[in-house]
Design a protein around this ligand. Structure first.
Ligand code: PMP
Ligand code: GLN
Length: 381
């Protein structure tokens, strides 16, 4: 065997693969990995098929089809009052994960420090480390997982190059509020710190709150990569399509990586989405659509012994069980899948140190029937 020196010796297989595979193996209801169990809009599928039949089957331009980039720029202008130039400041990516990887690898050099908030989406830390960067993680505390900005300030050194934010946050289902933005603006003022803002759940913000996109705030926009996923917008996570927004200078660096990572993203889906995106009603109803699911699922979970954590956004609901058992969350998630046939995600996997607050995450982007069946099983726990 040829010896291989691992570049990520402490990284295993992502929890999403592990739990979805286990759910499938034992025939459990899969509320672990975040994806809908209903189909995406048939009109959108038709638009993609039409593009294929029209012959839009060759390489798209490196940055994405211009008609899609224009639609994205118009959407961002309408929603956040921000002007992004489709030629130089918008790039279509193969989903949010690729956009995140590309942004980090474009600007993070060896020994650069990047601040992340844990529990954190699992791709951030390995990507930073792969680039030789140093992960400075700050652990947030349940049930509210608010960012302690005074502690963030203390983490900043002259090597801090980036702060990664995620609002609405996966897995905690919290959102950034205006107070957080005010703190962030004060924190980065006069500092050479970039922001990577993972906004894949931008439309899934509930109870009349506003999504605090970095695009809303000029002081932050000018230093931010904003990454978004169409998978969350149009219920088609398997299409792996998304985009990145950034000021031209940052986008120039982003594209240097993007062109050699994927070169460009599949053409017919870009064409279909560009046509579909013209009607803003295709996404403006998403918050109420998912809020109904959240409320229905929460009402069901109230009948179980689990304690509900707040859910301000995203399509995840966290529950705590520390009052019921001291079992490790990873063990309980496996046992619930095997014995009660409901798969979840143990939140400790999103902490570098594996901090276990005895919390599980459930995805509620499911048909009502699926959620009801899951609740029926969880009542027995
Ligand atoms: N960021 C977060 C917070 C996510 O939950 C996900 C998963 N959808 C992604 C990024 C990746 O998105 P995509 O599936 O488009 O790569
Ligand atoms: N974003 C999804 C989740 O958090 C899954 C992403 C993935 O499978 N990589 O469940």
């Amino acid at each position: 065997m040829i010896p291989v020196t691992s570049k990520l010796p402490h990284t295993g297989t992502t929890i999403f693969t592990v739990m979805s595979a286990l759910a499938q193996e034992v025939g459990a209801i899969n509320l672990s990995q975040g994806f809908p169990d209903y189909d995406c809009p048939p009109e959108l599928v038709a638009q993609v098929c039409e593009a294929m039949q029209r012959g839009q089957n060759q390489y798209a331009p490196m940055a994405g089809l211009i008609e899609l980039r224009e639609q994205i720029a118009q959407k961002v202008e309408r929603l956040y009052g921000a002007t992004y130039n489709p030629d130089t400041e918008v790039t279509v990516t193969a989903g949010g994960t690729q956009a995140i990887f590309t942004a980090i690898s474009a600007v993070i050099h060896p020994n650069d420090e990047v601040i992340i908030f844990e529990p954190a989406y699992d791709s951030y830390a390995p990507t930073i480390r792969l680039m030789g960067g140093v992960v400075k993680s700050l652990e947030l505390e349940p049930p509210n997982y608010r960012i302690p900005w005074d502690m963030v300030r203390r983490l900043i050194t002259n090597r801090t190059r980036m702060i990664i934010l995620n609002t609405p946050q996966n897995p905690t289902a919290t959102i950034l509020h205006q107070e957080d933005i005010d703190q962030l603006v004060a924190l980065v003022k006069n500092q050479d710190i970039m922001i990577l803002s993972d906004e894949v759940y931008e439309h899934l913000v509930y109870d009349g709150n506003r999504h605090q996109s970095m695009a809303l705030h000029p002081e932050l926009r000018d230093r931010s990569f904003i990454t978004v996923s169409f998978g969350k917008l149009f219920h088609n996570t398997g299409w792996k399509l998304g985009y990145c927004l950034a000021p031209a200078k940052l986008m120039q660096e982003f594209r240097k990586i993007h062109q050699y990572l994927v070169f460009s993203v599949n053409t017919p889906m870009q064409a279909g989405i560009a046509a579909y995106l013209k009607d803003e009603n295709t996404y403006l109803g998403l918050a109420s659509f998912f809020q109904q699911k959240r409320d229905h699922f929460r009402a069901g979970l109230e009948q179980t012994r689990f304690k509900l954590l707040p859910c301000e956004g995203s399509y995840f609901q966290c529950v705590s069980y520390g009052h019921m058992s001291s079992e490790k969350d990873t063990d309980l998630a496996i046992r619930l899948t095997k014995e009660f046939k409901v798969a979840s995600i143990p939140v400790s996997v999103f902490y570098n140190r594996g901090t276990d607050h005895h919390i599980l995450r459930f995805c509620f982007a499911k048909r009502q029937e699926t959620l009801d069946n899951a609740v029926e099983r969880l009542i027995k726990v």
